[in-house]
Design a protein around this ligand. Structure first.
Ligand code: NDP
Length: 385
């Protein structure tokens, strides 16, 4: 039996992970599940999977969680400390699927127990890549990619000489507004931005796909994960979302990973790694798909994308600044306070401001937190001014 914990169990990735675990009940023992506001789902899954502990990130919901778990014998916890406690419970495999930089501290706590961390929470790698990787190395922990593009790169690299990699191409669906006239983008609403053409995901990543902030995060994530130079990373718009990424080698060969747009493939790969097991995902019918299209992203439609290269060139705490500005701008868009295109404009300005005062020297959890906090305040000030 492998002992598994899921951080962010009530979300889209968390639920897909539990779906896979439910199909192999003899192989997995659930240690801890964490969630946020969705107490009903958290308690239901904690009971169903016989978890030892269930934790909500919201301290004010502890009583509600306790009542929902009454009589089950499952320990209930709430708040930041309890999230860390859940991540510290001994487990062989921990899914990091909290949304946003909120996933960083529990992710670090998980790595400190020297376990395998399946990383969906790209924001933690963008904001604090060097810290996360150094923590994993120090404690003998392993980080496996869950983002479909990074899982694709990881799979394409299996058995290859890393030194022979020339470039990596990450594909993007183009999101909800790929075919919308450019003139409409200033007025698109939250509802339409929250609908993805190919993938069924949480609201925040879906909106980030429409703006391509998600792809910008993934470019930085690829640099950190695979130790690439920024010049080695390319992005192509691929509306079919069948090819998730390609790796180009110095002999001119390209290895493409082709698969269905179902996160259970990438999650299942990380769950079963280094083995491949049956997964309940659709098998692609390439004849029915008929064609695979690739185009260069239009910088006028996706101004957020180029910021990824500015962040990578700046290095240091630039990722923490960029991620915080992006998260805050998204909060404001979802709340209806700013328009869709204002997000990238504001993040670009906050990044320029933040880089002037970015801390030099060693990255610690404290320096990342401070950058995050200051940048959020800066973005709020930019909106008011
Ligand atoms: P969801 O919004 O669906 O789920 C997020 C999870 O995090 C929920 O369990 C939520 O709890 C919990 N949560 C929210 N806020 C906090 C907080 N402040 N502290 C602790 N927990 C919190 O997100 P997704 O599943 O879509 O995405 C999760 C991560 O995976 C993100 O980093 C995303 O970028 C990445 N990812 C997602 C993909 C997808 O297909 N969805 C694909 C690739 C990467 P609750 O719902 O109970 O409030």
């Amino acid at each position: 039996m492998r002992r598994v914990t899921i951080l962010g169990a009530t979300g889209s990735i968390g639920q897909s992970t539990l779906d896979l675990i439910a199909r192999a009940p003899d192989e997995f023992q659930v240690v801890a599940l964490t969630g946020g506001r969705n107490i009903v789902q958290l308690a239901k899954d904690a009971r169903r999977f016989g978890a030892e502990m269930a934790v909500t990130a919201c301290a004010d919901l502890l009583d509600e969680l306790r009542s929902a778990l009454a009589g089950s014998g499952i320990a209930a916890g709430a708040g930041a400390g309890a999230l860390i406690e859940a991540a510290q419970r001994p487990a062989d495999w921990i899914m990091s699927a909290i949304v946003g930089v909120a996933g960083l501290t529990p992710g670090l706590a998980a790595l400190e127990q020297g376990t395998t961390l399946a990383l969906a929470n790209k924001e933690s790698l963008v904001a604090a890549g060097p810290l996360l990787l150094a923590t994993a190395a120090r404690h003998g922990a392993r980080i496996l990619p869950v983002d479909s593009e990074h899982s694709a790169i990881f799979q394409a690299l299996t058995g290859e000489d890393r030194a022979a990699v020339e470039r990596v191409i990450i594909t993007a669906s183009g999101g909800a507004f790929r075919d919308r006239p450019l003139g409409d983008l200033a007025h698109v609403g939250v509802g339409e931005a929250s609908t993805h053409p190919n993938w069924d995901m949480g609201q925040r990543i879906t909106i980030d796909s429409a703006s391509m902030f998600n792809k910008a995060l993934e470019v930085i994530e690829a640099k950190e994960f695979f130790d690439l130079d920024p010049s080695q990373i390319e992005v192509l718009v691929h509306p079919q979302s069948s090819v998730h990424a390609l790796v180009g080698f110095r002999d001119g060969g390209l290895m493409a990973h082709v698969g269905p747009p179902d996160m259970r493939h990438a999650i299942g790969y990380a769950l079963n790694w280094p083995h491949r097991r049956d997964l309940p995902v659709a098998r692609l019918d390439l004849a029915a798909i008929g064609r695979l299209d690739f185009t260069a992203p239009d910088p006028a439609r996706y101004p957020a994308l180029k910021l990824a290269w500015q962040v990578m060139e700046a290095g240091g705490h630039a990722g923490a600044i960029f991620n915080a500005a992006k998260e805050r701008a998204l909060d404001h868009f979802i709340a209806g306070r700013i328009g869709f295109l204002q997000m990238s404009a504001l993040v670009a300005r906050a990044l320029d401001h933040g880089l002037v005062d970015a801390p030099g020297g060693e990255m610690t959890l404290e320096t990342v937190r401070r950058c995050d906090h200051v940048t959020r305040q800066q973005l709020d000030r930019l909106i008011v001014s």
